[in-house]
Design a protein around this ligand. Structure first.
Ligand code: DAH
Length: 342
């Protein structure tokens, strides 16, 4: 009996299996109703009383070793389906993983950044919770300007001479960059902005802007116009025309609003461009000398241009989305339409 037990220990030590069936066979052979170990337990009854203790212990060890080995083999077979030895049914169709995709606003933001990246602009960012200086005062907003009103701007603190507020435009990053970066400056500033607006198809209290700024010696309006033309053609197609209309912003002089020829009707007039053939895409202008000086830049030596656009607006034009609210509702049916856009 002792020899038999030793032999079985040896067999268990060397057991191998590559299929579920082989594991099961080994289990039956050792531990099944008529298995070797089961039989030994029957034989155990005939062991003389003085040897029962010793044999009992060895037999229990043998049984535990066999059970552990069978379990070990079962796990190795389960976790190794490639050996063709598996309980897995390879004919069952796989689970479909739904891949996520970029949000349309992110797609457009990245596209804008990459166009300016080619022109040597670097991304600059600033805080969403800002102070009055960076959002208004340094940008030449007069004290009585309506944007400083609670009706238009979300204030965090009021009362002192530099209230804290949620930035209403990314032009604040211009100021931070001019205050801290060495000249020349060529930056593009994407970010979220906040305005105290009623939510509608055309307005939202949170949206995204991208601001561009170039400050150097001898920067002219011609540089601004050519930069915008290049941007418009990259963004909306190489036949795109631009038109600059005189406008007013406190922080630029002269200022302009930029239209692109309607990419839907090619300029003939349609319901997207309301029959005009043109679509407004951004504001721009030459940085007002007061702004340069407020940021510590000598306005006699340096000049610059700035431009700013709404990301949702560009995305709406690009994909002819008529209601701005779609961008914020995260309706999966809407978002799925952009899953192949980039
Ligand atoms: N900050 C302006 C806005 O939010 C957009 C803008 C207009 C930015 C003209 C500029 C600019 O840099 O030159 O409406």
């Amino acid at each position: 009996m002792r020899e038999h037990i030793d032999k079985l220990f040896e067999i268990i030590g060397g057991l191998k299996a590559s299929t579920v069936q082989e594991v099961e066979d080994a289990r039956v052979k050792l531990l099944g109703k008529k298995g070797e170990i089961t039989k030994l337990f029957e034989e155990f009854r005939t062991v003389p009383a003085e040897q029962k203790r010793e044999f009992g212990q060895i037999l229990n060890k043998l049984k535990t070793a066999a059970a552990a080995k069978v379990e070990e083999l079962r796990q190795s077979v389960d976790s190794n389906p490639e050996k063709g030895a598996t309980s897995m049914d390879m004919t069952i169709p796989g689970d479909i993983f739904e891949l996520g995709s970029r949000h349309p606003v992110s797609i457009v933001r990245e596209e804008i950044i990459s166009i300016f990246d080619k022109l040597g602009y670097v991304v600059a960012e600033g805080p969403e919770i800002e102070d009055d200086w960076h959002v208004f005062s340094a940008l030449n907003f007069p004290p009585e300007h309506p944007a400083r009103d609670m009706q238009d701007t979300f204030f965090v603190t009021t009362g002192n001479d530099n209230p804290i507020l949620l930035r209403t435009h990314t032009s604040s990053v211009q100021v931070r960059s001019m205050e801290s970066r060495p000249l020349p400056i060529r930056i593009i500033c994407p970010g979220r902005v906040f305005r105290n607006e009623a939510i509608s198809a055309r307005a939202h209290c949170i949206f995204h802007q991208v601001e561009g700024l170039y400050v150097d010696k001898n920067v002219t309006f011609a540089d601004l116009k050519q930069t915008i033309l290049l941007f418009a053609r990259e963004m909306f197609g190489e036949k795109t025309q631009i038109r600059l209309r005189p406008s007013y912003f406190p922080f630029t002089e002269p200022s302009a609003e930029v239209d692109v020829s309607c990419n839907i009707c090619g300029g003939k007039g349609c319901n997207i461009c309301k029959g005009t053939g043109w679509l407004e895409i951004m504001g721009c202008g030459m940085v007002d000398p007061n702004v340069l000086e407020a940021c510590g830049i000598d306005s006699k030596t340096y000049s610059g241009f700035a431009l700013g656009m709404g990301v949702e607006r560009i995305a709406m034009l690009k994909w002819q989305v008529k209601d701005l609210r779609h961008y914020f509702e995260n309706d999966i049916r809407f978002l799925k339409e952009f899953s192949t856009a980039l």
